[in-house]
Design a protein around this ligand. Structure first.
Ligand SMILES: [Mg+2]
Length: 291
């Protein structure tokens, strides 16, 4: 059987739809500034399903040649910074540990800043490595740190955490992501469980990952430029685009990773720029004279 005709038909429909969303209004940017630094999301921008996306390293090489600094900011909380860097290097991405600000690392900084010693960690075993300076074996923790434990959530764990919160522990969420992209499609994220704990205990979690402003401020420390001179490139309208725009950054949404035309169309969040993928960043930036 020849499948070529239906495939071509489908691709044409996708092209037409992408053309349509490209003409939807983007966020107004009358006071355009030249970009002096970049913030990059990782998953869905530089790699997807453990595969490096085309042009990922070329984009970084170009910025290095232009001497434009960049940081990678990620809500990935399953690995400590060192291992995450190693994993990304293993995928072929030329990233260095000091260019990476993870939500897991932001949690460590938050606890230290507030003098918290005893904490209950709801993190993957490997992610706990970033927390070796804390008392993590205390039945009455001062804080509960919630990251990603995948499918290990269950009723007993939620019940134990709820009781610790009612005893006075503070709830610290590394992020409140709603869902993420896997090879099996969109998957429920830890933000849903944080919301359940907040509801049960009538408390509000302190969130230290994207899209919180504290995280963007931490990630841009030392970049020596104004907020409006910083560009954020991501695939997540809420965590990347909206979070970054709250600080006045210029935003670029890529149409890879968790990008879905239908979600983009119905969202009220508008990026300043919509680009096909990280591989087209250089050409797009140069065509618009943004650096
Ligand atoms: Mg992403």
């Amino acid at each position: 059987m020849n499948f070529s005709k239906p495939v071509i038909y489908y691709e044409k429909r996708v092209d037409i739809f992408l053309l349509f969303i490209n003409i939807l209004p983007l966020k107004d940017n009358k006071n355009q500034q030249m970009i002096k630094a970049f913030l990059f999301d990782l998953d869905g921008v530089f790699y997807q399903d453990n595969q490096l996306l085309p042009g990922a390293n070329a984009a970084l090489e170009w910025l290095q040649e232009e001497q434009i600094p960049y940081r990678f900011i990620t809500n990935n909380t399953t690995l400590p910074r060192k291992q995450l860097t190693k994993k990304l290097n293993g995928l072929g991405l030329r990233i260095r540990e000091n260019e990476l600000v993870s939500a897991n690392y932001a949690g460590v900084l938050y606890l230290k800043k507030h003098g918290i010693r005893a904490c209950q960690l709801v993190l993957s075993e490997s992610a706990k490595a970033d927390y070796i300076d804390f008392d993590t074996d205390n039945s009455l923790p001062e804080a509960i740190v919630v990251g990603d434990i995948g499918s290990h959530w269950d009723y007993d764990l939620l019940n134990k955490l709820m009781n610790q919160l009612l005893e006075g522990a503070q709830l610290v969420a590394l992020h409140k992501g709603r869902y993420f992209q896997t090879e099996n499609g969109l998957t429920l994220d830890s933000g849903a469980f944080v919301a359940a704990l907040e509801h049960a205990t009538s408390t509000q979690a302190t969130v230290v990952g994207k899209p919180e402003t504290t995280f963007f401020e931490l990630a841009t420390q030392g970049l020596d430029c104004q907020a409006k001179e910083i560009a954020m490139v991501g695939d997540d309208l809420i965590n990347d685009i909206d979070g970054s725009q709250k600080l006045g950054h210029l935003t670029f949404l890529v149409q890879t990773g968790k990008f879905r035309p239908a979600l983009f169309k119905k969202s009220e969040i508008r990026p300043h720029h919509l680009i096909p993928a990280i591989g087209s960043l250089k050409e797009y930036i140069l065509s618009k004279d943004l650096i």
